[in-house]
Design a protein around this ligand. Sequence first.
Ligand SMILES: Nc1ncnc2c1ncn2[C@@H]1O[C@H](COP(=O)(O)OP(=O)(O)OP(=O)(O)O)[C@@H](O)[C@H]1O
Length: 694
Amino acid sequence: MTPEPRTPAFRDLDPARLAHLLDAAAALGPCRDLETLGPALYRVLQEDLPLHRLALWLGAPDEGLPLSQWAAQSGPDGLLDPVSPLPAWVEATRNLAKDFYCLEQAEACGSGGMGRVLKDMGFRSAVLLPLRTPERLVGGLALASREPGAFQAVGHDYLIFLARFLSSYALRILRLRQLDELNASLTRERDQQRVLLEITNELMAHREPRDLFEAISANLRRHIAYDGLVLVVAQNDGREVEVRFIDFPGSRGHIQENRGFAPGLGPTGRAMELRQPCVFTREDLLAFPPPVPQVMVEGEGLRSMCSVPLISRNRVMGVLSFASRREGAFPPAVADLLGRAGAQVAIALDNAFAYEEIQALRDKLAQENLYLQEEMDRDYGLEIIGNSASLMKVLRQVETVAPSGATVLLLGETGTGKELMARAIHGLSPRAEKSFVQINCAAIPAGLMESELFGHEKGAFTGAISAKAGRLELAHEGTLFLDEVGDLPLELQPKLLRALQEREFERLGGVKPRKVDLRLIAATNQDLAAMVEAKTFRADLFYRLNVFPIRIPPLRERREDIPDLVRYFTQKFAQRMHKPIDAIPARAMEALAAWNWPGNVRELENFIERSVILSPGRELRIPFAELAPARPAQVEGETLRDAERSAILKALEASGGRVGGAAGAAARLGMKRTTLQSRMKKLGIGEGPLRPVG
Ligand SMILES: Nc1ncnc2c1ncn2[C@@H]1O[C@H](COP(=O)(O)OP(=O)(O)OP(=O)(O)O)[C@@H](O)[C@H]1O
């Protein structure tokens, strides 16, 4: 029987039923969800009807509110048992064109869907009621009884009223649910933001990639349950990838760090290709080509995984894979959070890898510097050859003064080893770890000397395009070695003296005083005392420098050192030139020991270098001719200056006019190129191609 829809009036209702409905309203009022509304309604209706089954659904999928159902029936003992709702009944209520559908007699249910099913279940009468608001359908109610005609007895108006009045509860519950969901999503959002913020803080606190990875994982584990985290980084533009870090405490060892592979068709490749978080079930993992199923599912027992691509500067730099032995460990909200975390992690890891690269380069550079330093030490430092009493005396003085920090003045002819001793003093001093800065006063044009020593500010003079620190500043906390100090321009001497006394100076063009703490070692082959007399060197500076003078004797005064030096230099150059020289003929050694060596050790060193070049076999072959003719003897009446001049001209003649280089005049004279050039300038000898002598 299907009655025509009509709107009943309250007055048509039986007053007792009306009162009952009002009681029902009071009972249903506090219900906030289907699970409480269902049983409450059942109880209310049972008081008035021979009710044996009730099913209730609510939902408005168009509004984003999913359907939910509740159903129960009372057994023979009258107790309520929850049951599964019938599959088709929601559709049946939805499709009702009328206010309700009543199956009065089970016999009358005919062969149609719902009626048949209910009849088969032993029900003799039933009613389907759609729950509607003025705008839409929000649910449905099904009542069934084992008694025939049960609903006819209560009257159709009552049923229509019941449906109307339940509709408002249905709507309320739906709205509450909507509100709960909104709240839940707000909470979720807030929690996500909190997690992301925590990650950001972690990211800022770590610079090393591994530290960063571990911190991120520790942080995420507090919020998300997973078994393992694997960071895979892309190499060669993503053609290859490498497992870089793993945080998988319970790992069975199937995934290992520093293993490279082609991302191919596996989860990593999928995430890299899609550029968004990808969630994989156990079945998904099993469907990947080998070795994914063997490693991940069979090996590690994983049941779900979320692979997040790490994108920085629009480049997929790797994939962070979260793995779980649980099914469904990464629902959409979690995957979404991991994706958002991944965006931050990508940038931080990118920076961390860049930092790592810079560190590696820096270490390499430091290594190289160390190497260079060692090289320098080898050349200069600590190999001081000779056993002569006079050299021993020098070394004792060096050892005595080194730790004191006192200013040292090294005196001696050119090439005697003044710089070598200066380095030895620095090396034995507490400043050994700091820099040893040298400046050759003869080698720098007078006009540039001030800026070289004291530095300059930008714009201090034409061409000073940027500020520059001077040698004094560079030597801060270390040692400054002023070589050829006799050549220091007279006008600069007061400024240097002031800097040494006050430990303070200004850069050229600067006003800011700069503090400096350095140890000074000066060296000269000139007679400074005579220069003071001649007023070409300031007396006050001389006294400041002459605190601890050490005189290094010329080689001719310690000939017993010559054989040792010859052997040492032969070995050094033979090794450098890969020559197997292991014998020095006695005749050669005698000639070398007899020679006067006006250029001292440097001259001997250069001579041996040339000899090693000239030696074809295992024996050192020396150019005797260079030693044979007497050196320009000092003839009567000839000044030292004349002798020096003719020696330089002779050396220039022999070198074809070349000053520098292994066969140049400086090398032949045992002088530094710069020293020879300054001497030539003083003696009025011009540089250039060979000119006739005499
Ligand atoms: N006793 C020594 N043992 C080994 N090598 C030495 C010794 N003395 C000097 N030399 C070497 O001789 C060369 C010249 O030494 P150094 O430059 O120290 O002399 P110098 O007196 O400072 O020269 P100049 O006056 O021209 O500046 C260097 O290569 C140095 O290593």
